[in-house]
Structure formats: C-alpha cells, structure tokens
Design a protein around this ligand. Structure first.
Ligand code: ADP
Ligand code: MG
Length: 388
C-alpha cells in the first residue's frame, strides 16, 4: 500500500467512518555508535525514507481498535483501561503499549481506531517496531492535544517497548524516528537526550550510503543483547561508575588494566572496550562531518565493525561478508548496524562505485550459498510528521 488515499479508504471501510488524519514515522539506520544507547552514550542515526503510517480517529468509549495491512488477521480490539504489560497481543502490543504508556503517564487517551501500514522491513535491524510506536504516539499526541515534544514521544515509545512489549531496547530507535530531519544525521547524547542535527549531504560529496539487509536473523540475538547489557553494567560497576559513559576514552587503557587485575570476566573487558571506543568513534565521525570530510568516516565505520565483531561479538558470517566484500570492491567503509546477529549493514561508497560494490556483495553472497540480500541507498529523510 503506497498512497495515503488508499490508507484512508481502508480505514473508512474497516471502521465505518473517515480517519481524523494520517501520520508517518520512519525506520532508521545508525551511522555509528552501536550498543552505546543503554550505556548513556552517543549514537548517530539517520531516518530512512521507509515509514510506518497510521490513519487514526479518536474514540471516547475506552475501546482501542488496531489493524495492520501488513499482517494477516482482523482488527484487534482492546479496552484502554485493561491494558497491562506482558499481555501478549502479538504485533498489536507495539501500538497498544504506546496507549498504555501515555495513559500511565497521566494522559487522557480515551480510545482510538488505528489503521497501520509500513514500508519499513521488519526484523531487519531498521527499527520497524520504533516506527510503529512513534507514529502511534505522534498521532495520539496530536489528536488528544497532549502537547508532548518529539523526544517525550520517543521516550513513551521506548517505555511501551521496554515494559509493555518486554524488549529491553535503548532509546536510539524511537529518538531517530521521532527527531531526525531530512539531509541530516542525528547526533544524540542518550544520557540527557540533547541532540544536534548534523548535515549529512551524501550527494554533495559524491557519496552514497548503502543499506544491505542480509535477510537473516540468528536466534542468538535476544539472549545475547541482554547478556551484553548485563556485562556492560557489570563493567561499569567494577569501575565504580554509574554507566560506561562516565569513562572517557583517554582513561580506557587504565580502566581495562584495572578490570583485568580485578579478575573481571574477559568478556566484560571486551564489552567495555567496545562501548568506550564506539563513543569515541561517534565523536570522530562528528568531527569529520563538521569538517566536511565525509569520506574519511569510512575507516571509522570499518573500525566500528571490527569492534562489534571481535569485542562485542554480535556480528555473524553474513554481516562480516558484506563488510569484507564491500571493502574488497573499493567501498570507503562498512559496518553492521543495529543489534547484529543478522539484520543490516551499511556501506559508505563513492557514488560512481556504488553499483560495482553492490554487485560484489551480491556475488559474494551467491558464492557463499546465502540468499540474496536486499540493497538500497539510505537517503537521510524526515522524522515523524503529520501527513494529512
Ligand atoms: P525491527 O524493529 O528491527 O524491525 P523488531 O523485532 O524490533 O524488529 O520489531 C518487529 C516487529 O514489529 C514485528 O515482528 C511486528 O510485531 C511489529 N511490526 C513491524 N512492522 C509492522 C507492521 N507493518 N504491521 C504490524 N506489525 C509490525
Ligand atoms: Mg525494533
């Protein structure tokens, strides 16, 4: 489904009257700063042109009706005053969780009819879940005149996912979907959500950022995320810090010695090294973009991948193959993006070499006997907004 008029028509057919409006919120890729957002660290996502859209109308009778054009099955009907964490509800838990989180925060959301559709690939590490949450939060914010800021809506979305759905994600995905702007990457400090829009005009530099969706998702992912998170917390605690954000890059060497001497688990030492060095890589990329030297960010992306692969150990053969094949074909830099264990990688490449590099990645996948990945350019796009 591509047109708003189609979405509006589908809403009207489903619920019997027209929606009050249509809203959109994008998926994202993260340029640099991975597994840093639950450590109060820095991230640098950009919004994709792919969006979740919602046609919505208020209700005053306490009923919440949810439908997605992208999943089989009919309308999910829930009572707003009966919403509680961990009730299940499948995909509908994401938008329902937003209603729950808004009401829990004291906002008078008295029910809604919602028709969703999305072009964000699901489970590809491109934040289709955050797009659903943010589009729902924004629509309800507008319709119920809640007066929440984009950052506040992102935090509502994160709370929905953390508590209602039960996925322990950081705040990057929702912040990216809510706050990114066209032509920019979002430099976000996840400690206090301060942010800066950093111009990221790839075309002006003759560059392209390719997203390579490997279309694989390894089962390892869920447990591994929680384990990394716990390891980072253990590392911070062993250093007497509240979070790893408090450890400056300059102090990393000494901190690693301290951890080793204290007999802290070797994996924790590696996690600390990844988080602190990836925070530093965000700062490096910011400095390069500010200086107008976008192509010099390539090697920083490569270094980020090595750190995710060897220190955090969240990559997988398919993601490593994207990076090595792209690098071998002349890409400026590449790394896995998102949670890893499958999902997507990004490749920074000269515009004139983009096709060659994409072809090399496809050939490498074919030779390895992997299914063909999906490759498309990441054009820094607009964050969540009302469409009609
Ligand atoms: P990611 O956010 O990386 O795409 P997640 O596992 O966090 O992956 O979220 C994917 C889930 O979000 C899906 O399994 C589904 O429950 C929900 N979802 C995403 N897009 C849609 C959609 N268009 N319609 C219904 N549910 C969706
Ligand atoms: Mg998600």
């Amino acid at each position: 489904m591509t047109e708003n008029s189609e979405l509006t028509a589908a809403f009207t057919e489903l619920y019997g009257s027209a929606p009050e409006g249509v809203w959109a919120a994008p998926g994202r890729v993260n340029l640099i700063g991975e597994y840093t957002d639950f450590n109060d660290g820095f991230v640098m996502p950009l919004a994709l042109p792919h969006t979740a859209r919602a046609a919505v109308a208020r209700r005053t009778d306490g009923e919440l009706r949810l439908h997605s054009t992208d999943v089989p099955g009919g309308v999910v009907r829930l009572r707003v005053d009966e919403l509680a964490p961990h009730q299940g509800h499948g995909w509908a838990a994401y938008p329902a969780g937003v209603v729950w989180a808004l009401r829990e925060a004291g906002h008078p959301v008295t029910g809604a009819d919602i028709q969703l559709t999305s072009t964000v690939p699901t489970g590809a590490g491109l934040s289709s879940s955050a797009a659903l949450e943010v589009v729902t939060a924004l629509a309800l914010n507008d319709l119920f005149e809640l007066g929440l800021s984009a950052s506040e809506l992102a935090v509502i979305g994160q709370r929905a996912e953390n508590v209602f759905v039960g996925v322990p994600c950081g705040v990057m995905d929702q912040m990216a979907s809510a706050c990114c702007t066209e032509g920019h990457a979002l430099y976000l400090d996840t400690r206090d959500l301060t942010q800066r829009q950093v111009p990221f005009d790839l075309a002006a530099h003759g560059l392209r950022l390719l997203v390579v969706d490997t279309r694989v998702k390894h089962e390892l992912g869920d447990g591994a995320y929680a384990e990394r998170r716990a390891g980072c917390e253990a590392g911070a605690a062993a250093l007497g810090l509240r979070t790893l954000r408090e450890l400056p890059y300059e102090g990393l060497g000494a901190a690693l010695d301290t951890l080793a001497e204290a007999g802290v688990d070797e994996s924790v030492v590696r996690y600390v090294r990844h988080v602190v060095s990836d925070n530093e890589r965000v700062e490096q990329v910011i400095a390069l973009l500010d200086a107008g030297d976008v192509r010099a960010a390539g090697p920083v992306l490569d270094a980020g991948h090595v750190s995710l692969r060897d220190d955090l150990r969240v990559s997988c053969p398919e993601l490593d193959l994207v990076v090595s094949a792209a690098g071998g074909a002349g890409a400026l830099g590449a790394r896995m993006t998102g949670g890893g264990f499958g999902g997507s990688a990004i490749v920074l490449v000269d515009e004139v070499q983009a096709d060659t590099v994409a072809k090399s990645v496809l050939e490498a996948f074919a030779s390895a006997g992997y299914a063909a990945p999906r490759i498309f350019p990441a054009v820094p796009s607009t964050g969540a907004r009302r469409l009609s």
